[in-house]
Design a protein around this ligand. Structure first.
Ligand code: CP
Length: 310
């Protein structure tokens, strides 16, 4: 694997290798070993053209825990504001010795373009409304830790699917891992063409809820939204929000997920987000471990992930 651009590119073996490597790394972290020497001498560039809290910081933490050098690039305050192109920005960073470029961009497909221009590995950290593969991997990792094998598990993804790169990445990865995915959304918040999405679609959250092992709530992305096709906030919460009453109708052992950032009180009630069934904080913790596994597998060559000088 040279790049990580899309979960649709991952075979079952690829996906399991990443998840199993992350599990090994989590066990090392659990033994209070905070830093591994594996990527010493390698340089990871975080190239963020869109805002991020979790993804940017966790890639930085992951690279540093593997002893890589990290360069953080934010479009704000850079020569992008003078009109410099993505290609010239990337070539400039490559000239400074980037072995991997972690890129978030508002344009769907930008990481794929970048992969044609740079010699190092490219990791898609979220491109437009297209994909967010490491989010799906950390979500799958979190589900496996809570529920075990995902084969036959029923995962319900609810909300603003139209603008969600998280939904598409999860649908492909969870299908590859053997889970059964149902998307629940108002008709206006579903993509028009979903021919290649391996999942079911429903408009009725209450019908799907009692059969779900996982309920993953999506953020309503107001910044990408045309108000004309969004129901009122009150109507949206009533039909598609996860409140304590709906939480009570989930099966025993079922979990609640959200990739963050959340609109508390809109797609998810605060009591639900903070409940024992919620994995939202675990997802953030697991994000560092999963991103360590991705960087390790892309950059390490034959170095062992675990072992050596700590
Ligand atoms: N889940 C996610 O991608 O969060 P950030 O936008 O904060 O990185």
């Amino acid at each position: 694997m040279r790049h990580l651009l899309s979960t649709a590119d991952l075979s079952r073996d690829d996906a399991l290798l990443i998840l199993d490597t992350a599990e090994q790394l989590a066990q090392v972290s659990g033994r209070s070993i905070k830093k591994l020497p594996t990527l010493r001498g390698r340089t990871v560039v975080n190239l963020f053209f869109e805002d991020s809290t979790r993804t940017r910081i966790s890639f930085e933490a992951a690279a540093k825990r593997l002893s890589a050098d990290v360069i953080n690039f934010s479009a704000k305050g850079s020569s992008v504001s003078k009109g410099e192109s993505l290609k010239d920005t990337a070539l400039t960073l490559q000239a400074m010795g980037a072995d991997a470029v972690v890129v978030r961009h508002g344009a769907s497909g930008a990481p794929h373009r970048l992969a044609n221009w740079v010699d190092g590995s490219v990791v898609n950290a979220g491109d437009g409304t297209h994909e967010h593969p490491t989010q799906a991997l950390l979500d799958a990792f979190t589900m496996r830790r809570r529920l075990g094998d995902l084969v036959g598990r029923r995962v319900t993804i609810v909300g603003d699917v139209l603008h969600s790169r998280v939904a598409r990445s999860n649908v492909h990865l969870l299908h590859t891992l053997g889970a059964e995915v149902t998307l629940v959304a108002p008709p206006t918040l579903l993509p028009v063409a979903m021919g290649d999405w391996p999942c079911e679609v429903s408009y009725d959250f209450d019908a799907v809820l009692p059969k779900s092992d996982v309920v993953m709530m999506l953020r309503v992305q107001h910044e990408r939204m045309n108000a004309s096709y969004f129901p009122s906030a009150r109507e949206y919460s009533r039909r598609y929000g996860l409140d304590p009453e709906r939480l009570g109708r989930m099966p025993d052992g079922a979990i609640v997920m959200h990739p963050g950032p959340m609109n508390r009180g809109m797609e998810i009630a605060a009591e639900v987000a903070d409940s024992e069934r919620s994995t939202i904080v675990e997802q953030v913790t697991n994000g560092v471990t999963v991103r360590m596994a991705v960087l390790y597998l892309l950059l390490s060559g034959n170095e062992p992930a675990i072992g050596g000088n700590q």
